[in-house]
Ligand binder design. Structure first.
Ligand SMILES: [Zn+2]
Length: 254
């Protein structure tokens, strides 16, 4: 791959919780990145000359209308610890980020994970989601109830896509234009429905950096997990390393 091609590729980072890890052996412990490590990662982005951007602000770069050293920053599920532990760091650095909120579960917890044995973690209330938005951060939709979309069709699917967008727009009094597929699963024919539901882009759990020719409704991302060390973070960010996973189907958590 040529250097020029590399420069056109845009990394979008995926985070879940910014919190100390649950006890050793806990399920999906990897999805909690410690506040200190998150802070360090964001400061290194800044030092490397990157601007961390929400999906809304990343759009002109993804569309090829603007060029620059940018990285998308996304948080899945809408955890309260995104507001308490990630927001202050993002604000210190002048970065923005997108949090994909489960519109019907605000103020609740990650119930979709409980059956898997994952520890409950608090999701932002509606007021806290508004506070995230008022701070200049973006709110995207992660459906109403974190369903597997491949199991849904008709009005039930429509409600998860359009209903969640409309609920969040009423709450925030502004357009909600970004979507993220729960668990990263969907049927190919559902991609068009996401567009028709009023979104401008959608992210998946497929790995890799975004290329100019990529479908805006099936955007690849780069997962950052608890064990991601500083050298690994650099490799994920600066090299084509993550692209090796682009075409691999793998069990992932969204
Ligand atoms: Zn999720």
């Amino acid at each position: 791959m040529t250097q020029t091609a590399n420069q056109r590729e845009i990394p979008i980072l995926t985070y879940h919780q910014i919190a100390e890890a649950p006890p050793r052996g806990a399920v999906f412990r990897s999805l909690s990145v410690s506040p200190n490590r998150f802070r360090s990662q964001m400061y290194w982005l800044k030092r490397l000359g990157y601007l961390g951007l929400s999906m809304r602000e990343l759009m002109p770069f993804l569309r090829g209308e603007r060029c620059g050293r940018v990285v998308g920053i996304t948080f899945d599920d809408g955890y309260l610890n995104n507001l308490s532990s990630a927001l202050p760091v993002l604000q210190e650095l002048g970065f923005t980020a997108t949090c994909y909120v489960v519109s019907g579960l605000m103020g609740g917890s990650n119930v979709w994970d409980h059956a898997l044995g994952v520890q409950p973690s608090q999701l932002m209330t509606a007021a806290q989601v508004r506070a995230w938005s008022d701070a200049g951060m973006e709110v995207g939709s992660h459906t109403c109830t974190h369903e597997r979309l491949d199991q849904l069709s008709g009005p039930a699917l429509q409600d998860q896509l359009q209903g969640s967008r409309q609920a969040l727009e009423v709450l925030l009094d502004q357009p909600v234009q970004q979507f993220c597929y729960p668990f990263g699963v969907y049927r190919p024919e559902q991609v068009a429905l996401v567009r028709e539901a009023g979104y401008l882009a959608a992210t998946t759990t497929r790995r890799g950096r975004v290329r100019a020719e990529d479908d805006m409704f099936q955007l690849h991302r780069i997962p950052v997990v608890r064990s991601t060390s500083w050298p690994q973070f650099l490799v994920k960010l600066l090299s084509p390393h993550e692209n090796r996973y682009r075409d691999q189907a793998e069990a992932v958590h969204g």
